[in-house]
Unconditional design. Structure first.
Length: 333
């Protein structure tokens, strides 16, 4: 009997223990698991929700995105390789211009004795030596360069052309735009007779002053003449430029050269430009001959009555002295 009670009591204890364990499990352990699962599910929902809010990433994006990145990379590398070159070029130009003398100067020459090459201005010697400007054709040959400046017509150019034709001499005529516009037939005749027509600017200003306003305005002074000459003759003007009044600066010479021109001064000129105070003919002839030298670039104004009247005598005497005549395109760099 006692043994039976013990067995029953043991079973009862086992049963109670089982019941207690089940209650404990449901209350504590399962609750924690449910909480963890809930948190995990909520986290996944948040993640999905955040993905839904983003723009869709399509198959096309997957294909083109790498290509775009590659193209952008190449473009960036190209820019980086070009930028230094551009900066270097720009820096070079700026440095050159900033270093240049912008002060206005007047051209002149120093007489060094009959038959000798004159001396250029001290301040212009470096410009002559580096090819920014010319004032002679060199002293090695007995060659003369007759040049006539044409700002306006005074009725003598046709007579000068007649003398040049009769004496078989070619010359260079520096013309302004107004001169071309007002004397179209005359300019056409100059070209037909084989003379060189070169640039003397549009408005006959100080080119040193114009250079201070910038390259664009400077270039118009020459380009406007080019266009008018092309309209009238159908030809390109010769790329020689004579600075009006002989006024210049290092910068103005540089700008003209940049436009493809040779800056041409002179190794002889005299007071022939005042139509109301013309030099006496004997004096003029002797003065010109005294200043003649090998390679001389002679500046004569076509408005001069005296020049027109003594031109044939001068050419005759020059030839007796062994000189020949060339246009400026004969001058070598």
């Amino acid at each position: 009997m006692n043994r039976r009670k013990k067995i029953i009591f043991s079973l009862l204890l086992i049963f109670l223990f089982s019941i207690s364990f089940l209650v404990f499990y449901k209350i504590f352990i399962r609750k924690d698991k449910i909480t963890m699962v809930t948190k995990t599910e909520n986290k996944e929902e948040d993640t999905l929700e955040s993905i839904d809010k983003k723009e869709p990433f399509t198959v096309t994006d997957q294909i083109t995105a790498p290509e775009k990145k590659e193209e952008e990379k190449k473009e960036e590398e190209k820019k980086q390789s070009e930028e230094p070159k551009k900066e270097e070029k720009s820096e070079l130009n700026n440095t050159d211009i900033k270093a240049m003398d912008t002060r206005e100067k007047d051209w002149y020459f120093k007489f060094k004795g009959e038959g000798n090459l004159p001396e250029p201005p001290k301040e212009a010697k470096s410009y002559i030596s580096n090819g920014l400007a010319y004032f002679t054709g060199g002293g090695n040959e007995k060659v003369l360069y007759l040049t006539f400046d044409e700002g306006y017509e005074n009725g003598y150019t046709s007579k000068i052309l007649e003398v040049l034709k009769r004496m078989n001499v070619k010359a260079t005529f520096f013309v302004t735009k107004p001169y071309i516009s007002s004397n179209k037939t005359l300019v056409q005749n100059i070209v037909k007779e084989g003379h060189l027509v070169a640039n003397h600017s549009d408005t006959h200003p100080s080119m040193a002053s114009v250079a201070l306003t910038g390259y664009e305005k400077f270039s118009l002074e020459l380009i406007n003449v080019e266009k008018e000459f092309k309209n009238v003759t159908g030809k390109e003007i010769a790329k020689f430029f004579r600075p009006p009044m002989g006024k210049y600066s290092e910068l103005s010479l540089y700008y003209a050269k940049k436009l493809g021109y040779k800056n041409i001064f002179w190794s002889f000129a005299y007071g022939d430009y005042d139509v109301n105070k013309q030099p006496e003919k004997v004096y003029a002839k002797n003065h010109i001959l005294k200043n003649t030298h090998n390679g001389a670039i002679l500046l004569l104004h076509a408005i001069s009555k005296t020049n027109t009247e003594i031109l044939e005598e001068l050419i005759t005497e020059w030839r007796k002295r062994g000189y020949e005549f060339k246009t400026l395109d004969y001058i070598k760099d």
